[in-house]
Design a protein around this ligand. Structure first.
Ligand SMILES: [Zn+2]
Length: 201
């Protein structure tokens, strides 16, 4: 089976998570369809080693209910992150329900965070208990919490395309980037405007 390939262009792990696992406009909100999608995304994001991903997929074959539960939790987290940052991009604060969903995940995730010495300094590491199936959601929840509490939150935008709802961090100098990706969404919109200008009777 071909593995799906995901894009990582948003400038933030939590935004890549909401973008990568299906478009909200093309599919229902719970568009993460399979546990294998979730694992493939996390491996490509670099938050799971390929060998860890393989072990998780083998575990999912043995315990499909637990894998299905992880997919539902991922879909809820994704929806909460999307709604919170979409509101912020529109100049409105996130709602309490969205924060509750992210907070619940944080409360599970953060007790597993450890310091590990890495050469001259330290880095964060997740200590994952045996049998965990949704550890890929922990760094996503942490990324959302960090972005929500950072100055960078003012640069979160939602793509201006009518057929795209991707979120991204605007890193442009004048803070006026409108498209998630100029090469696809931006050019499509430009072509449409050109067409409309030149084909109006
Ligand atoms: Zn777009």
């Amino acid at each position: 089976m071909m593995e799906p390939t995901f894009e990582f262009t948003a400038g933030s792990l939590c935004l890549d998570f909401t973008n990568g696992l299906g478009s909200r406009l093309e599919a229902p909100a719970d568009s993460i369809r399979a546990y294998s999608d979730l694992v493939a995304w996390a491996v490509q994001a670099g938050i799971l080693a390929p060998s860890q991903g393989q072990r998780l997929l083998e575990g999912a074959d043995r315990e499909p209910e637990r894998a299905a539960d992880a997919v539902r939790r991922a879909a809820r987290l994704r929806e909460a992150i999307y709604l919170a940052f979409s509101r912020l991009a529109g100049g409105r604060p996130p709602r309490e329900e969205e924060l509750q969903t992210i907070n619940r995940l944080l409360a599970e995730a953060l007790p597993h965070l450890r310091l590990r010495r890495a050469e001259a300094r330290c880095r964060w590491e997740w200590l994952v208990p045996e049998g965990t199936v949704d550890q890929m959601l922990w760094p996503v929840a942490r990324s959302a919490a960090e972005l929500l509490t950072s100055d960078r939150v003012e640069r979160v935008r939602e793509c201006a395309s009518e057929t795209c709802s991707w979120l991204f961090l605007d890193g442009s100098r004048n803070r006026r980037r409108r498209w998630c990706d100029m090469a696809s969404c931006g050019n499509r919109a430009k072509a449409r405007r050109y067409y409309e200008r030149h084909h109006r009777s």
